[in-house]
Design a protein around this ligand. Structure first.
Ligand code: NAP
Ligand code: MG
Length: 464
């Protein structure tokens, strides 16, 4: 795999300020595939300075011209889609087909949506005798996780650029090669120097320095709730804007009138995709007591198709593999019944975890409360609709969810009562314009579409 040994700052690849590097590992075979520099506070400082210098020019660039640059960036991503997919497969371990359709395909869609929005969005409004100007917030510090290495980057950088902000990105240490490829694409697309900058490095070093930097105006973070809490506190102390996309423990609510086989099948596919490393995955499947045994049998049959090394890849790292296996052991210890999978690794090499289904899970068990971030689904029995709602809303999270019923109106009535930011009705399709983000401890703010764009704007009112 191709790797840069420098940082992309001010429109060029510059040597890192420190000597340390990060080894990038292919989680499917545990081989080191590349090294990238581990950025220091000095690298972050250089990058923030470059972003600050580029800000006035980019903020003053007409939206149509910003739109044209984002469209050019999208076009480069399209041309380099195969390389993106291969890179994601190499450093994340996702099966190549998933990398092509989702890891490369979705960011292309999102970049395209922001090229259109930048051109069509109304950056000026009138109310009474006032004109309201929607202006870029300024320099954005973006900190992203490894689970969707390019999507998480594009979901922050594209709206920031559309808004007229400049960006410093600190990507996850496990997936820096995709971020370097993205920086190459920015360069090829002809964005002005300093509008986008990349500092690879470790969270507690480079990430922390970026989140705490006094010349960063907005911190946009996606990752764990523990780190998000810390970043929110730092940003609050400095009175700076912050957006947090954190964990989830979403419910897949199957109402008695639903097509049970379809709801279970899609539900299993949803959790197994990307080896369960999706913050919005429906990891709790809620089934009526009269349909429970049938649902368990359907889930067991559905999960059998996910053969490790074929349809399902490894987890990103040994650390994540250990963490997820620990949760499976905990589920067994707390009395849940293993229907498929278990804590034993299914392959000798690679950070694989067996696709796992638990039955007889009760709502207060650890595996029903905490984010596992692996291919593990819990089937929970409910008595009636009110019970289902109590269980669905009974965690600290509120990121996503699903409801299945014979007709959409019945499902929508239930969805209205859910404390969560996104609900898929009878298997609704992904929409790149729909706001994505959490209720409760799943986060603050929204990504994607016009809601995602407004996160990067601040308002000024002129009275006449
Ligand atoms: P994480 O530690 O929160 O990492 C997310 C990003 O924050 C990474 O770029 C990370 O850098 C950086 N970071 C870590 N500590 C930081 C600090 N003190 N200050 C500033 N930035 C910091 O998450 P993770 O270790 O990758 O995964 C742990 C758990 O988080 C997962 O098991 C899952 O539950 C959750 N998660 C949620 C999402 C989501 O989309 N909501 C995505 C990924 C993970 P490093 O890469 O160097 O750690
Ligand atoms: Mg981490």
């Amino acid at each position: 795999m191709k790797a840069h040994d420098g940082m992309y700052i001010g429109g060029q690849w510059r040597p890192a300020r420190g000597p340390d590097t990060i080894a990038v590992v292919n989680p499917a075979d545990e081989q080191v595939i590349a090294h990238v520099p581990a950025g220091t506070a000095d690298d972050v400082d250089d990058a923030v300075r470059a972003a600050r210098e580029a800000l006035p020019g980019w903020a003053a660039t007409p939206p149509a011209e910003r739109a044209a640059r984002i469209a050019a960036l999208r076009d480069v991503l399209v041309v380099r889609a195969d390389e993106i997919a291969e890179t994601v497969t190499a450093e994340l371990g996702a099966p190549l087909q998933l990398s092509q359709t989702v890891h490369a395909g979705v960011p292309i869609m999102v970049a395209g949506s922001y090229a259109e929005l930048a051109a069509s969005y109304s950056f000026e409004e009138k109310t009474g005798n006032s004109t309201v100007l929607l202006e870029p917030v300024g320099v954005v510090g973006a900190i992203t996780p490894w689970n969707y290495p390019l999507h998480q980057v594009v979901a922050k950088v594209a709206p920031a650029l559309a808004a007229g902000c400049t960006v410093v990105l600190k990507p996850a240490e496990d997936t820096p090669l995709t971020a370097q490829l993205f920086a190459e694409a920015v360069d090829e697309a002809g964005l002005p120097a300093g509008v986008f900058n990349l500092v690879t490095g470790l969270g507690p070093v480079a990430g922390q320095a970026l989140a705490a930097h006094e010349d960063v105006d907005l911190v946009s973070f996606t990752g764990s709730t523990a780190v998000g809490r810390q970043i929110g506190a730092t940003a609050g102390g400095a009175v700076k804007r912050v957006a947090l996309e954190l964990g989830g423990k979403s419910a897949n609510v199957i109402l008695p009138s639903a097509d049970l086989a379809k709801a279970v099948g899609v539900g299993i596919a949803n959790v197994m995709s990307n080896s369960g490393q999706t913050c919005s995955a429906w990891t709790r499947m809620l089934v009526h007591k009269d349909q429970y045994d049938e649902a368990v049998a359907l889930a067991r049959a559905a999960v059998a198709k996910y053969v490790p090394g074929e349809r399902i890849g490894p987890l990103v790292s040994a650390k994540q593999q250990q963490r997820v296996r620990g949760y499976i052991e905990k589920g067994v210890a707390e009395g849940a019944r293993l229907v498929a999978g278990g804590p034993e690794a299914p392959r000798e090499t690679g950070y694989y975890v067996s696709p796992t289904v638990f039955a007889d899970v009760t709502p207060e068990m650890t595996i029903a409360q905490e984010e596992i971030f692996g291919p593990v689904v819990s089937l929970i029995k409910y008595e009636d609709e009110d019970d289902a709602l109590r269980i669905a809303n009974g965690t600290v999270y509120g990121l996503a969810g699903a409801v299945w019923a014979a007709d959409a109106a019945e499902a929508v009535a239930f969805a209205r009562r859910m404390d969560t930011g996104q609900v898929d009705i009878n298997g609704g399709r992904f929409n790149p314009l729909a706001p994505f983000g959490g209720y409760k401890q799943s986060g603050v703010g929204r990504e994607l579409g016009p809601h995602g764009l407004s996160e990067y704007l601040q308002t000024k009112s002129l009275q006449f």
